[in-house]
Design a protein around this ligand. Sequence first.
Ligand SMILES: [Zn+2]
Length: 164
Amino acid sequence: MASPGRLGPVSDDYIRLVPTDPDWQPRPAAAAAAVAYVAGLFAGPGDTVEQVRQVFYDRVTLIDAGVHTERIACPRCAGDIGMDWLGDLVRENGMSFDRLDVAVPCCGATVELNTLHYEDPIGFARFEVSAMNAVRAGYELDTTELARVAELLGHPVAQILARY
Ligand SMILES: [Zn+2]
Protein backbone atom coordinates (compact mmCIF):
# COMPACT_ATOMS: atom_id res chain seq x y z
CA MET A 1 0.00 0.00 0.00
CA ALA A 2 1.33 3.42 -0.90
CA SER A 3 2.06 5.69 1.97
CA PRO A 4 -0.34 8.62 2.10
CA GLY A 5 1.19 11.75 0.63
CA ARG A 6 0.49 15.23 1.79
CA LEU A 7 -1.59 17.00 -0.80
CA GLY A 8 -2.88 20.53 -0.69
CA PRO A 9 -2.27 22.97 2.13
CA VAL A 10 -0.07 21.41 4.80
CA SER A 11 -1.46 21.57 8.29
CA ASP A 12 -0.39 20.03 11.56
CA ASP A 13 -2.75 18.59 14.16
CA TYR A 14 -1.95 18.47 17.85
CA ILE A 15 -3.64 16.80 20.77
CA ARG A 16 -2.64 19.04 23.69
CA LEU A 17 -3.12 17.80 27.25
CA VAL A 18 -2.88 20.36 30.05
CA PRO A 19 -3.47 20.40 33.82
CA THR A 20 -6.85 21.97 34.65
CA ASP A 21 -5.15 24.29 37.17
CA PRO A 22 -3.20 26.88 35.11
CA ASP A 23 -0.38 27.14 37.67
CA TRP A 24 0.11 23.47 38.33
CA GLN A 25 3.20 21.60 37.11
CA PRO A 26 4.03 17.89 37.45
CA ARG A 27 7.28 16.47 38.72
CA PRO A 28 9.68 15.59 35.88
CA ALA A 29 9.32 11.82 36.39
CA ALA A 30 5.53 12.10 36.30
CA ALA A 31 5.72 14.18 33.13
CA ALA A 32 7.95 11.59 31.47
CA ALA A 33 5.56 8.79 32.45
CA ALA A 34 2.64 10.68 30.90
CA VAL A 35 4.58 11.24 27.67
CA ALA A 36 5.46 7.54 27.47
CA TYR A 37 1.83 6.56 28.08
CA VAL A 38 0.49 8.94 25.39
CA ALA A 39 3.11 7.74 22.89
CA GLY A 40 1.96 4.19 23.61
CA LEU A 41 -1.62 5.08 22.70
CA PHE A 42 -0.51 5.68 19.11
CA ALA A 43 1.77 2.66 18.80
CA GLY A 44 -0.81 0.12 17.62
CA PRO A 45 -0.82 -1.51 14.16
CA GLY A 46 -1.41 1.18 11.56
CA ASP A 47 -1.20 3.98 14.12
CA THR A 48 1.28 6.81 13.76
CA VAL A 49 2.33 9.89 15.63
CA GLU A 50 5.09 12.25 14.54
CA GLN A 51 6.10 13.41 17.99
CA VAL A 52 4.89 13.23 21.58
CA ARG A 53 6.57 15.75 23.82
CA GLN A 54 6.28 17.66 27.08
CA VAL A 55 6.75 21.37 27.58
CA PHE A 56 7.20 23.18 30.89
CA TYR A 57 6.37 26.89 30.66
CA ASP A 58 7.85 29.47 33.06
CA ARG A 59 4.60 31.43 33.10
CA VAL A 60 0.97 30.59 32.50
CA THR A 61 0.72 30.23 28.74
CA LEU A 62 -2.16 30.25 26.29
CA ILE A 63 -2.64 26.74 24.90
CA ASP A 64 -4.63 27.57 21.82
CA ALA A 65 -6.44 25.43 19.31
CA GLY A 66 -5.10 27.11 16.18
CA VAL A 67 -7.75 27.39 13.51
CA HIS A 68 -10.24 25.54 15.71
CA THR A 69 -10.65 28.51 18.05
CA GLU A 70 -13.72 30.32 16.79
CA ARG A 71 -16.16 31.72 19.31
CA ILE A 72 -15.81 32.96 22.87
CA ALA A 73 -18.73 33.74 25.19
CA CYS A 74 -18.69 35.73 28.42
CA PRO A 75 -19.39 33.70 31.59
CA ARG A 76 -21.12 36.72 33.17
CA CYS A 77 -23.45 38.10 30.51
CA ALA A 78 -23.24 35.32 27.88
CA GLY A 79 -22.31 37.99 25.33
CA ASP A 80 -20.16 37.18 22.34
CA ILE A 81 -16.52 38.11 22.67
CA GLY A 82 -14.86 38.31 19.31
CA MET A 83 -11.79 36.28 18.52
CA ASP A 84 -10.23 39.61 17.49
CA TRP A 85 -10.30 40.65 21.13
CA LEU A 86 -8.27 37.62 22.19
CA GLY A 87 -5.98 38.11 19.20
CA ASP A 88 -5.33 41.74 20.19
CA LEU A 89 -4.69 40.68 23.78
CA VAL A 90 -2.09 38.14 22.67
CA ARG A 91 -0.48 40.65 20.32
CA GLU A 92 -0.12 43.15 23.18
CA ASN A 93 0.71 40.72 25.93
CA GLY A 94 2.28 37.70 24.24
CA MET A 95 1.23 34.10 24.89
CA SER A 96 2.28 34.17 28.57
CA PHE A 97 0.33 35.77 31.38
CA ASP A 98 1.20 36.94 34.89
CA ARG A 99 -2.47 37.39 35.67
CA LEU A 100 -5.48 35.81 34.02
CA ASP A 101 -8.05 38.38 35.18
CA VAL A 102 -9.08 40.80 32.45
CA ALA A 103 -11.94 43.21 31.76
CA VAL A 104 -14.11 41.70 29.03
CA PRO A 105 -15.41 43.98 26.27
CA CYS A 106 -19.07 42.87 26.38
CA CYS A 107 -20.10 43.92 29.91
CA GLY A 108 -16.87 45.25 31.40
CA ALA A 109 -16.76 42.56 34.09
CA THR A 110 -13.37 41.36 35.32
CA VAL A 111 -13.11 37.63 34.71
CA GLU A 112 -10.36 35.05 34.54
CA LEU A 113 -9.33 34.22 30.98
CA ASN A 114 -9.61 30.52 31.72
CA THR A 115 -13.27 30.89 32.73
CA LEU A 116 -14.42 32.32 29.40
CA HIS A 117 -16.54 29.89 27.40
CA TYR A 118 -14.57 28.85 24.36
CA GLU A 119 -16.63 27.08 21.72
CA ASP A 120 -13.67 24.86 21.01
CA PRO A 121 -11.69 24.40 24.20
CA ILE A 122 -8.40 26.17 24.70
CA GLY A 123 -6.36 26.25 27.88
CA PHE A 124 -4.02 28.21 30.08
CA ALA A 125 -1.24 26.15 31.58
CA ARG A 126 2.37 25.92 32.67
CA PHE A 127 2.73 22.39 31.31
CA GLU A 128 1.51 20.37 28.38
CA VAL A 129 1.94 17.02 26.72
CA SER A 130 1.32 17.24 22.99
CA ALA A 131 0.94 14.59 20.31
CA MET A 132 1.68 15.85 16.79
CA ASN A 133 -0.13 14.44 13.76
CA ALA A 134 -1.41 11.39 15.56
CA VAL A 135 -3.40 8.82 13.59
CA ARG A 136 -5.47 5.99 15.02
CA ALA A 137 -9.07 4.76 14.81
CA GLY A 138 -10.33 6.89 17.69
CA TYR A 139 -8.32 10.09 17.30
CA GLU A 140 -8.68 11.90 20.59
CA LEU A 141 -8.15 10.45 24.06
CA ASP A 142 -11.29 9.00 25.62
CA THR A 143 -12.30 9.59 29.24
CA THR A 144 -10.50 6.45 30.46
CA GLU A 145 -7.27 7.51 28.75
CA LEU A 146 -7.55 11.06 30.07
CA ALA A 147 -8.06 9.66 33.58
CA ARG A 148 -4.91 7.59 33.17
CA VAL A 149 -2.89 10.65 32.07
CA ALA A 150 -4.26 12.53 35.09
CA GLU A 151 -3.28 9.66 37.36
CA LEU A 152 0.27 9.57 35.97
CA LEU A 153 0.72 13.34 36.21
CA GLY A 154 -1.01 13.66 39.57
CA HIS A 155 -3.60 16.24 38.46
CA PRO A 156 -6.77 16.32 36.33
CA VAL A 157 -6.15 17.21 32.68
CA ALA A 158 -8.08 18.84 29.87
CA GLN A 159 -7.72 17.98 26.18
CA ILE A 160 -7.37 20.60 23.47
CA LEU A 161 -7.56 19.62 19.81
CA ALA A 162 -5.50 22.05 17.78
CA ARG A 163 -4.79 22.51 14.09
CA TYR A 164 -2.25 24.92 12.60
ZN1 LIG B 1 -19.91 39.94 29.46
